[in-house]
Design a protein around this ligand. Structure first.
Ligand SMILES: NC(=O)c1ccc[n+]([C@@H]2O[C@H](COP(=O)([O-])OP(=O)(O)OC[C@H]3O[C@@H](n4cnc5c(N)ncnc54)[C@H](O)[C@@H]3O)[C@@H](O)[C@H]2O)c1
Length: 426
């Protein structure tokens, strides 16, 4: 008989939230004993205020700061390696990531591999990589998110596209978690509407998936405390953060996307991103994310407005939400009450709803938000068709980190059906 898990852990970064908090980056770095830090960012952000403010704050605290602006939007193994080489040569005693998830995740990888050098696959999740545990503590990482957002400032996860595999994968270990997240609403005012929409759907799905994930005590027990996965399944503490995040997204997302001058809505979305990060960073996400990894990795002919136009890419949040309606229709049978609770958090009246309709109701709510914020109508609208389904399934099956906490056990046939049902959504 399977030995089931009996406990869960709750980890998060220390969070500093509020307008103007970016100016305290130098204070935080000094407090952590840093003398020479690598600022990890991308080329667009290097020209914008958040990076300028971080540089000024570090300088005022007498900290030697070197800007690395080589982060790729939606990082790859090659772009991670580039940052790792820079980190290794720079002999830094701390890291400051300024940007979206791409910058924060790249900083986590740079810190990890410069501190404990080895080949890239060593710490990558098994069975794609070898899943070796991180040998010890890393250098302090301060994360300053500029999207709302991945919640990467709160998580011990770094995601990248393993190009030869045609899918994303990641490294997950609590040692990767930033020591401090400086969450400053002033830093998201320049987000283009499409980036605000895609990163907003990432927040939504973090909340929905972590709340509906397999409960932690229905997961197979870890062999040892050190082997307990970062993504442990839904649990009573994550539930609180995830639920509140979904409510905040439902209340603010359309305004935050369609009216960049709505500072209140943008601020609430940023707060929601951090809430969701605390929730999913411990509970985990499941099939919408698992299926998104090949959708991003096998992109053929797509690059939306608002993103750098020199590379083809499906933004992470878009690749996740395109699968969401089909996934929730399918997973609802495992725990209809939780799916109903999520539909209610998104504004649905659930008083007379038959629990058998929970998946449809939740899917309709998600689709309503997609239509109001200019998302494409399913995978077919970003270049995928019936002929791609087998490769998409192949890229999802090894994503055990997330597929294992699906509320219903998944196999290739079920995934095929889910991808087929994600081709056109309305
Ligand atoms: N580690 C985690 O826990 C975690 C969770 C979810 C997603 N991710 C990963 O994060 C990445 C996506 O990150 P993201 O959605 O935050 O976007 P991003 O970092 O990829 O940025 C998207 C684009 O928006 C630009 N941008 C960012 N902030 C801006 C601002 N304030 N003003 C103007 N332009 C701005 C960037 O320059 C970039 O071109 C993916 O690789 C995804 O897999 C990681």
């Amino acid at each position: 008989m399977t030995n089931l898990e009996t406990g869960f852990t709750m980890d998060t970064s220390s969070i500093k939230f509020g307008r103007g908090m970016t100016h305290e980056t130098g204070f935080e770095a000094q407090r952590l004993g840093c003398r020479r830090v690598m600022i990890v960012t991308d080329r667009r952000l290097a020209e914008l205020e958040p990076v300028a403010n971080v540089v000024a704050s570090l300088k005022a605290a007498d900290i030697d700061a070197v800007v690395y602006d080589g982060v790729r939007t939606e990082p790859t193994d090659a772009s991670f390696r580039d940052a790792i080489v820079f980190a290794h040569q720079g002999e830094f005693d701390g890291y400051v990531a300024v940007g979206g998830g791409s910058s924060i995740d790249t900083a986590k990888a740079a810190n990890l591999y410069a501190t404990y050098p080895t080949d890239l696959l060593a710490y990558v999740n098994a069975p794609i990589g070898r899943g070796e545990p991180v040998p010890g503590p890393l250098k302090p990482l301060i994360a300053v998110p500029t999207t709302a957002g991945t919640g990467s400032e709160t998580t011990g996860v770094a995601i990248f596209d393993l190009v030869e595999m045609g899918a994303k994968t990641g490294i997950a270990h609590r040692a990767l978690r930033p020591v401090v997240g400086i969450v400053d609403p002033g830093n998201t005012s320049t987000l283009p509407p499409m980036v605000a929409a895609c990163s907003g759907f990432d927040v939504l799905c973090h909340g929905l998936e972590s709340y509906t994930a397999l409960p932690f005590d229905q997961r197979e027990a870890a062999e040892s405390p050190g082997a307990r996965p970062s993504y442990q399944g839904s649990n009573p503490i994550s539930d609180i953060w995830s639920l509140r995040a979904v409510e905040m997204v439902a209340e603010n997302m359309v305004r935050a996307v369609t009216d960049p001058s709505d500072t209140e809505a943008r601020e609430r979305m940023l707060l929601a991103a951090t809430f969701a990060g605390v929730g999913f960073g411990n509970a985990g996400v499941h099939l919408c994310h698992g299926m998104s990894y090949p959708v991003s990795g096998q992109v053929k002919e797509f690059c939306p407005n608002g993103y750098p136009q020199d590379e083809l890419l499906v933004p992470h949040g878009m690749s996740v939400v395109l699968n969401a309606p089909a996934v929730f229709r399918w997973t609802a049978r495992a725990n209809p009450e939780r799916h109903l609770r999520m539909a209610q958090a998104m504004g649905a009246d659930v008083s007379d709803v038959d629990p058998a309709d929970a998946g449809d109701l939740l899917a309709e709510r998600v689709i309503g938000l997609m239509r109001a914020t200019g998302m494409p109508n399913g995978l077919s609208a970003i270049g995928y068709g019936e002929d791609d389904i087998d490769r998409l399934v192949e890229g999802t099956l090894p994503q055990h980190r997330v597929t294992k906490i699906s509320p219903r056990p998944i196999d290739a046939d079920a995934l095929r059906e889910l991808f087929r049902n994600s081709m056109t959504l309305w």
